[in-house]
Ligand binder design. Structure first.
Ligand code: MSP
Length: 579
């Protein structure tokens, strides 16, 4: 808490309110949250990752969510959008960890940042920009941002006194800390949220007049109900704003924290690592010159632990610098492991590379995105992952593809023809299709729209649930009509057999198309097997499910299927120790 607050500057408050009132408020036009604005000029970002340790599955999850959102936008035809990620390399935490490792922070950061890049490449994270906060253009952007805040009168010098948590790189109020004994019975003051030790710090710093942005922030959130999604997190931010909003210390004494960007014009101070880090979103957009074409069409994917920084500090800093808050902040919860928080001391930090070896990249991508519910923490353990992946990818989806492309049912290996006589549009007619078959056609027809709505609301797991329900319905359809009992010798039966296969392959084509953002390699394998090769045929705008049923031509009918590259997903074995 600052000892010296800014004098109650009503004039400043009026200025902040006036600045907020005069914005063009682009959020008004994006009622549907993601989907408005110029599609080619939109940014999706991950948080930038601390390099004090190697990446774990929690980091991967943040990146995967953003990747799936970005890929889904591309599927919708928004090709020019950008997707940024990177590493957060300054601050006390990195300075101390590098020293403990007996190396320079530069070398330490190079090594760990490369690990993140390596992980993202292997995981298929399709980023367009990778930023490191130690890069010169970022330093330039941060200096410019700082100078703007200073010149607009939002910074002042004061003695700061309060608790600092190095692990969280954040200042905590007395209500956010508690005293706890360690293993040796020594009492320490720790952060209530993370359990990490905090230290009392007292020094002269620069303060940011955050307290004056309470009302502009409230107004922004009242007008932009979807700015923070999902809703419980929006409510959480409103609750924070109902409490006291003290000014924020935004620099540290350089004698203690030298691994960071010096305050312009004052070499005795280092810019607070969170101000430095948040500005990365502008650096990517070419700030201070090129960002205007993009900003504020930015959508930040963040974990719940860093919500306050993104939903309060960042919009306030932006307003202070004369810029608008980001279009949207998408918030996710955390992964625990066998019911426990991941931590180095418990030795249960899960290595993503080990997961790729165990489940394959797409298998693990599927697990995290299918099981991860943004509003709730998810729990990972091997048996759960194996069960889910085997049942949904190997059995339901892989089994369906295998059945419908098997040489015994489809000896010519072509996309079979559709018979309107067998499956007439009028369900009361004389065809062979049952009521459930018409339900299937209607479910799969509605699926792309349903999936897109779930993506827009950042409910990727619901999109996957909807897809898997349709996959199961399609398996039921094939099972119900037993095409293997039909004879190709009998022309009437052959027509029906081909129609069954045509419908099933059309369903599979829709699933393959929709699954591209989540399991890109497996979706590619599936679509290639169906003979759906070109990017245009794989886009959502051309999905045109079961066009023959709707009385139109099908570009796929009669086409030779792609080569058989083996099982879509070979079943995973249970762990020997049953863990
Ligand atoms: N460097 C800051 C972010 C600055 S953004 C301007 C930071 N880095 S972090 O490496 O600690 O965390 C990055 C992301 O990983 C956050 O979204 C965080 O929520 C996420 N995760 C870290 N542990 C996690 C889990 N156990 N589960 C899911 N995600 C978690 O914070």
């Amino acid at each position: 808490m600052p000892l010296l607050r800014s004098p109650s500057a009503r004039r400043q408050l009026r200025a902040a309110a006036a600045a907020a009132a005069s914005w063009p408020r682009p959020w008004r036009r994006c009622r549907a949250s993601l989907g408005a604005g110029s599609p080619s000029q939109r940014l999706i970002s991950t948080p930038i990752f601390y390099v004090n340790g190697p990446p774990h599955i929690g980091h991967l999850y943040s990146a995967l969510l953003a990747d799936a959102m970005h890929r889904h936008r591309q599927l919708l035809g928004q090709a020019g959008g950008r997707f940024a990620t990177g590493t957060d390399e300054h601050g006390l935490k990195i300075q101390t960890t590098a020293a403990a490792a007996g190396t320079s922070p530069e070398r330490f950061c190079d090594r760990v940042s490369a690990k993140f890049r390596e992980l993202f490449t292997q995981a298929g994270i399709s980023y367009t920009d990778f930023i490191r906060t130690t890069e010169p253009q970022h330093k330039r952007a941060v200096e410019h941002f700082w100078t703007t805040l200073r010149d607009r009168g939002w910074l002042y010098r004061a003695y700061y006194e309060g608790w600092y948590c190095t692990a969280e790189e954040s200042f905590l109020a007395t209500s956010q800390v508690t005293e706890r004994p360690d293993a040796l019975g020594r009492r320490h003051v720790v952060s209530l949220e993370s359990g990490h030790q905090v230290h009392w710090t007292k020094e002269e710093n620069y303060m940011f007049k955050l307290s004056e942005f309470r009302e502009p922030l409230l107004r922004w959130l009242q007008e932009r109900k979807l700015a923070i999604t999902p809703k419980p997190f929006y409510q959480q931010v409103l609750q924070w704003l109902e409490q006291d909003l003290p000014d924020l210390s935004v620099s540290r004494d350089r004698a203690r924290l030298w691994w960071g960007i010096p305050v312009p014009g004052d070499p005795t101070q280092t810019i607070y690592v969170w101000v430095d880090a948040l500005v990365n979103y502008l650096t990517i957009m070419g700030y201070p010159e090129g960002h205007r074409a993009w900003w504020p069409a930015a959508c930040h994917v963040v974990g719940k632990d860093i919500l306050k920084f993104h939903a309060i500090y960042w919009p306030a800093l932006l307003m202070a610098a004369g810029l608008e808050p980001p279009e949207q902040i998408l918030v996710h919860s955390h992964w625990t492991v066998q019911g426990q928080k991941m931590s180095k001391s418990l030795g249960n930090v899960v290595d993503p590379w080990a997961c790729f070896r165990r489940y394959s990249v797409d298998g693990f991508r599927y697990f995290l995105l299918r099981q991860g519910v943004p509003e709730r923490d998810g729990d990972y353990y091997d048996e759960k992952a194996v069960k889910l992946i085997n049942s949904e990818l190997a059995d339901a989806l892989g089994g369906l593809l295998n059945r419908c492309t098997s040489p015994s049912l489809n000896p010519s290996s072509t996309y079979p023809g559709f018979s309107e006589a067998c499956f007439p549009r009028d369900s009361g007619g004389s065809g062979k299709a049952s009521v459930e078959d018409y339900e299937l056609v209607s479910s799969v027809g509605a699926l792309p729209q349903q999936v897109s709505s779930h993506f827009e609301c950042f409910q990727i797991y619901k999109a996957l649930e909807a897809i898997v329900n349709c996959v199961r319905q399609t398996n039921g359809f094939v099972q119900r009509h037993r095409p293997w009992k039909l004879s190709r010798e009998d022309p009437e039966q052959q027509l029906w057999l081909d129609t069954i296969l045509h419908v099933a392959l059309e369903c599979l084509r829709v699933y393959g198309t929709l699954l591209q953002p989540v399991i890109p390699a497996m979706a590619d394998k599936l679509l290639t097997r169906l003979g759906v090769r070109s990017p245009a045929e794989r886009s959502l705008s051309n999905v045109d499910f079961l066009s023959r049923y709707h009385g139109k031509k099908s570009p796929f009918e009669g086409r030779t299927l792609g080569p058989d590259a083996g099982l879509l997903f070979p079943k995973l074995k249970k762990a020997k120790d049953g863990s």
